[in-house]
Write a protein that binds this ligand. Structure first.
Ligand SMILES: [Fe+2]
Ligand SMILES: [Fe+2]
Length: 249
């Protein structure tokens, strides 16, 4: 009975299977190639696990995630445009996204004896929260310039080791773009759209907590709070040695 809480959650069964956050090694990841931080785990592994997670939650969830999972930018994109900020470098976005999902479901498991937290709402919120970063950042090219907003095959002359911000970051920003991308993909399944559209959109829009950080609204649901706090946790654990909140730029 001591493990009752864990056993009650279907998601907990998934959590016992290879949560990547248990495999972190290395002490100063920022600025390094992200794929070197997780020994033996490749970007393909991340995508494969996210695919499996979405399918575990149902065909409806997979249907609305499929477009992002198949986006050729997603496995290689950076999580930041500045080398001192969290998850900078090739593959940083998918690593951060996977880590946030893992952490969100650990928190859900902690509280599920007390609060009912919807797994689909939580997964979709965490999965989509930063996908707009594929428009905010672009790799610095060695030879060929490409439009980062191009969603077709992405090929260019770069090793994806150096990244910079785009004009989109200033004019639209990833929070708004993630909301737009969620909206576009949510329409692919009527059931998901009807039940989750606004709940997930709220969590996405609120995940930077305050307007000064880029969020138009503050968190006002448990899922939105879990996402906000786990997002911050993933970010700060990654860049605590290189980024100072008192010197934010
Ligand atoms: Fe974000
Ligand atoms: Fe994030």
């Amino acid at each position: 009975m001591g493990s009752l809480i864990i056993n009650m959650s279907p998601w907990s069964n998934w959590l016992t299977h290879l949560p990547f956050t248990q495999k972190i090694t290395g002490s100063n990841p920022v600025g390094d190639a992200i794929e070197n931080i997780y020994k033996g785990i490749t970007m393909t592994d991340y995508i494969g696990k996210l695919n499996a997670n979405a399918k575990t939650l149902g065909d409806d969830v997979y249907t609305v995630c499929e477009g992002i999972l198949n986006d050729k930018r997603f496995p290689i994109w950076s999580g930041s445009s500045k080398s001192n900020q969290h998850h900078y470098g090739k593959g940083g976005l998918v690593q951060h996204t996977s880590e946030v999902i893992d952490t969100c479901f650990r928190v859900k498991a902690l509280y599920e004896h007390k609060y009912e937290i919807d797994s689909k709402e939580l997964f979709l919120s965490a999965f989509f929260h930063d996908v707009g970063k594929m428009h905010d950042y672009e790799p610095i090219m060695n030879q060929t310039v490409h439009n980062a907003n191009d969603t077709t095959d992405y090929t260019c002359e770069t090793d994806y080791s150096e990244w910079t911000g785009t004009s989109h970051k200033r004019s639209i920003h990833h929070i708004s773009r993630s909301g737009i991308m969620w909206s576009e993909n949510a329409r692919k399944n009527e059931g998901i759209y009807d039940e989750y559209f606004e709940k997930v959109l709220h969590a996405i829009l609120a995940h930077h907590m305050e307007r000064k950080n880029g969020s138009p609204v503050a968190p006002k649901s448990r899922v939105a709070w879990i996402l906000t706090l786990c997002d911050n946790m993933s970010a700060r654990m990654n860049d605590a040695d290189t980024w100072d909140i008192l010197d934010r730029r």
